[in-house]
Design a protein around this ligand. Sequence first.
Ligand code: UDP
Ligand code: MG
Length: 340
Amino acid sequence: MKTCQVSVVVPCFDEDEVIEAFHRALLAVLEPIRHTFEICYVDDGSGDRTGARINSFAAGDRRVRYVSFSRNFGKEAAMLAGLRMSRGEAVVLMDADLQHPPELLPRMLELRKRGYDQVVARRDRTGEGALRTLLGAVCYRAMGRCMDVEVVDGEGDFRLLSRKAVDAVLALPETDRFSKGIFSWIGFDTASFTYRNVRRAAGSSKWAGRNLFNYGIDGLVSFNSRPLRLAIHAGLALALAALGYALWIITDVALHGVAVPGYTTLLTAVVALGGIQLATLGVIGEYVGRIYSEAKRRPHYVVRETSESPDRAVRPPGALPDAPPGAPPVVPMYEGRRRA
Ligand code: UDP
Ligand code: MG
């Protein structure tokens, strides 16, 4: 297998509007730095012309390779596929929307040369609303306290990994992948630097439907069993409180006789206990759900085509299949679910 010095892994989902500009910007940075390189695109079941564009990049350039999924499997699966196909001594993961500036690559490679196995580019929160910044900070602080691995605010998937680090990531077989936790779990010497947050160059974020709270729960449940421990603690604390309350009532009745029945107290206690029981059941359910999906041992994604497929449809650059004028719109048979 032919190796190279740097692989750039780019997961793409419906990035038609920005992928050309991204590709040009990336080549403009990679070509002058005199490293042998490859760009590994992963088309995560895009419904637009992203796949055709990537295909055309690869047709004219052997340094570009790609894999296309049969449908949208989510960014985690796309990153995994990219890492698996990469052959470089160092692998850089980056988004296709130019929010991860390619100009930072030389700096990352420089830090790699100094011996770091992971180099993380950490974005600041420039241009974000105050509420979002506050929520993010609170969420990360809470996750940091509850998780066994360290997750840092602003540190995402934009990072360089050495071959050793990539092999360590690929050795983790879990189905429900939480990359932020995985990168932290594998360890190794890590360097990080901060860059100014930039807006998406074009197109729209695929994150709109997911909120920070659910993401926090994913992170928590993926990396430890502390929520279960917390449920035991809460249960015991409540049982003790109930015992204390019962003793107090018994003493009160012994000393002063039967008082007015405490309907409100009773109702509050029942509702509160019901809520806690439901929440605990939810926690257990999250873990059981994960065991279920792990037990099925399904592959993380299904590949439709790769740049190495013998029967791939090679389209020369500039020959993207445009619909003829007046043609009826093509309705996709399967509208992939958008996952981040
Ligand atoms: N992405 C993907 N599959 C998905 C969702 C996103 O491969 O199901 C890619 C997307 O094309 C982009 C990167 O993941 O290159 C980050 O996505 P996005 O910009 O929507 O996330 P945000 O930057 O808003 O967190
Ligand atoms: Mg983005």
